[in-house]
Design a protein around this ligand. Structure first.
Ligand code: MG
Length: 256
């Protein structure tokens, strides 16, 4: 199933995307396995699709594909490289990535996003995927010129609009380690790799992170980018496409 978050008038809600209609549901983060339908239906074309959840925090993994570590000339990590994006960085499909004046080089990074369904603390790896609601597309937008000088990935990657998520949460993914992740810059393929190349698989990431902090319903883990990173310019459009999930596309603009 595809879970969307959407806006109609001044209200927002969650729903199941059913072809060209949305069947509204209650919060997908409370209750049992079944999603509670409210009975209201909306034409997809008549609502605005939002980021698919409102994470309290976005946990991000650096260097989770061998090819990307090589292109940055960094050694393969023994443990996941963890940093965070604030909730204020999150935007939805078709929302604009805004370039901050502080940076002269803003990069795209196509990534698989993992949406947490229920509180997760000290979760063993074998049970970790039980805590996942589903998967979405993510773009780990990065002020590359600020990453090395500051040594602070959260600063380089935490600007407003630097975390596009969407377009929905796909709940039916058999194996998150067998998905093709692609990035398109203005329609041209620039990134392509299988999540089979993950150095740390999703289940291990959830175990690692939840040994430190409680993952809350709606929190998102973005799992690292394949090789092929590069810069964006105002006026560009970047699209993340993940097999069995969908496509997330965002335009770019300068500030002001
Ligand atoms: Mg990244």
């Amino acid at each position: 199933m595809r879970i969307v978050r959407f806006q109609y008038g001044s209200e927002t809600g969650y729903g199941l995307l059913e072809e060209e209609e949305i069947a509204e549901i209650g919060s997908p983060f409370v209750g049992g396995e079944e999603f509670l339908k409210t009975g209201r239906r909306f034409p997809r074309a008549g609502v605005r699709i939002l980021a698919p959840c409102t994470p309290s925090k976005v946990l991000c993994i650096g260097l989770n594909y061998r090819g990307h570590a090589q292109e940055l000339k960094l050694p393969l990590p023994d443990k996941p490289v963890l940093f965070m994006k604030p909730s204020t960085a999150v935007i939805g499909p078709e929302e604009t990535i805004i370039f901050p004046p502080a940076s002269r080089r803003v990069d795209y990074e196509a990534e698989l996003g993992v949406v947490i369904r229920r509180p997760a603390k000290n979760v063993p790896q074998e049970k970790a995927l039980d805590y996942v609601l589903g998967y979405t597309c993510a773009n780990d937008v990065t002020a590359r010129d600020l990453q090395s000088p500051t040594g602070q990935w959260t600063y380089a990657k935490g600007f407003d609009t630097f975390c596009p998520l969407g377009p929905w949460i796909e709940t039916e993914v058999d194996d998150p380690e067998k998905l093709q992740v692609k990035g398109y810059l203005n329609g041209k393929l620039v990134q392509s790799a299988s999540t089979a190349e993950h150095i740390f698989p999703v289940a291990e990431l959830i175990a690692f992170i939840s040994a430190c902090m409680t993952l809350l319903p709606g929190d998102v883990i973005i799992t690292g980018t394949p090789s092929g990173i590069g810069p964006l310019q105002p006026g560009d459009r970047f699209t993340v496409e993940i097999e069995a999930i969908g496509r997330l596309s965002n335009p770019c603009a300068g500030e002001g």
